[in-house]
Design a protein around this ligand. Structure first.
Ligand SMILES: Cc1cc2nc3c(=O)[nH]c(=O)nc-3n(C[C@H](O)[C@H](O)[C@H](O)COP(=O)(O)OP(=O)(O)OC[C@H]3O[C@@H](n4cnc5c(N)ncnc54)[C@H](O)[C@@H]3O)c2cc1C
Length: 371
């Protein structure tokens, strides 16, 4: 066990249920287990690794606690700047799977959440019930757990634009267009009206050698809202789901390729055209959520369940990491009886102001860019 994690309640037989096994659920589960709790993590999706584009995993200078530093080292693999989303996820998964205090279950959708004075619990779509001394919602921007914690403010709101994201192997791009060794790892090329963020990350084998790296890109597009509504990705002002590659109409792909050719420089243009040609891209309608509550009794929310900033803030991962570390440090003092609710209230008091500010910092961009 990593000696940088608190083990103060190691001997007590206390437990947590975590809903969601994406980045914030895995980080929360790992931090809580290393604080001594028995943790059950429930994930509605299957065990097949998800893909994603790239994430900024630096900003380690905001890690004030040993738990946060240890989580960052684990999640980022020591990388500074940008990392492939899938690499971060696979490190966290490997850690969660190998931890003796973590029971990680896939294909398990939580349907209802409840609590009394002694415990909190969930019911799943298979009719199973899981109890814990505390329950943590890490179930993303459409959180079920948030409905219990903040029934007066249950939904994240559509920000009025979609982000097309993909990641491609560098070797699919002609050699003359590949970035050189000294190219910046993060790029924001000038476009006409839209925004593009590009990131150069290691290959799937971890190599940063030329020809072995990957290029991740995220294109902010405010012209697809009718399409998103027609396909049910957005209903009213609520985001229902992402637009998977197979569901993107052919005509939309043709138009995207045409716009990209006018807008984006190399190597991003080739990366985008390859993703379009091979239908290896996802449209993510962007939602935002400013919380006024993170906790109710024995139940708390973390990550995108708790706060959804526009990805332009590049802060969702960092905020999720700080949530997990703060939560684990608060509960490490013990969660016997009433101490559970006190520990969660302390978590809320330490995080609420910061996470509200993070979301609000991106809202002026969304108000001017979104439609
Ligand atoms: C396009 C895009 C680009 C981004 N770029 C950046 C960036 O550069 N830097 C950065 O810091 N952040 C970025 N973010 C945000 C960042 O990815 C998230 O903030 C971070 O990964 C935390 O997500 P999460 O784990 O809280 O939620 P999610 O990744 O949404 O995970 C929620 C999990 O809960 C599961 N789940 C949902 N409901 C249930 C249920 N009822 N029962 C069981 N399981 C359930 C889901 O299947 C999912 O696995 C970006 C986000 C997007 C969309």
């Amino acid at each position: 066990m990593d000696e940088t994690f608190d083990e103060s309640i190691q001997e007590a037989n206390q437990s947590a249920v975590v809903v969601g096994a994406s980045l914030s659920g895995l980080m929360a589960g790992i931090a809580l287990a290393r604080s001594g709790l028995h943790v059950t993590i429930l994930e509605s999706a299957g065990a097949k690794p998800r893909s994603g584009a790239v994430l900024q995993v630096d900003s380690g200078d905001i890690d004030r606690t040993l738990t946060a530093k240890a989580l960052r080292k684990l999640a980022s693999g020591g990388m500074k700047s940008v990392e492939a989303w899938s690499s971060v996820q696979s490190r966290l998964r490997a850690e969660a799977k190998s931890h003796s205090k973590i029971d990680l279950r896939y294909d398990t959708r939580v349907q209802t959440v409840n609590q009394d004075n002694d415990s909190a619990w969930v019911m799943t779509d298979k009719g199973e019930t899981f109890h814990g001394d505390i329950l943590i919602g890490a179930d993303g921007h459409r959180s079920t757990v948030r409905r219990h914690v903040a029934p007066h403010n249950p939904n994240a709101t559509f920000a009025g634009y979609v982000i097309w994201v993909a990641i491609v192997d560098e070797n699919v791009i002609p050699k003359e267009h590949r970035p050189n060794r000294n190219a910046p790892r993060v790029a924001m090329p000038d476009g006409i009206g839209d925004f593009l963020l590009g990131g150069i990350v290691a290959g799937t084998d971890g190599s940063h050698d030329l020809g072995h790296r990957r290029l991740g890109w995220a294109w902010y597009d405010n012209t697809q809202n009718d399409l998103l509504r027609r396909l049910g990705c957005v209903e009213g002002n609520v985001v229902r789901h992402s637009l998977n590659a197979t569901d993107i109409p052919e005509q939309t792909l043709i138009e995207l390729a045409e716009q990209a050719s006018h807008r984006w420089p190399q190597p991003w243009l080739d990366a985008i055209l390859y993703s379009i040609r091979t239908r290896n891209l996802t449209g993510t309608p962007i939602a935002e959520y400013v919380p006024d509550k993170l906790v109710k009794g024995r139940i708390a929310i973390v990550g995108d369940a708790a706060h959804v900033p526009t990805p332009l803030t590049a802060s969702g991962f960092n905020a999720s990491l700080q949530d997990a570390a703060t939560l684990a440090d608060c509960v490490a003092k013990g969660i016997q009886g009433i101490a559970a609710t006190e520990a969660l209230l302390e978590y809320e008091s330490l995080r609420l102001k910061d996470v509200r500010q993070i979301v609000q910092s991106g809202q002026s961009f969304s108000r001017s860019f979104g439609r």
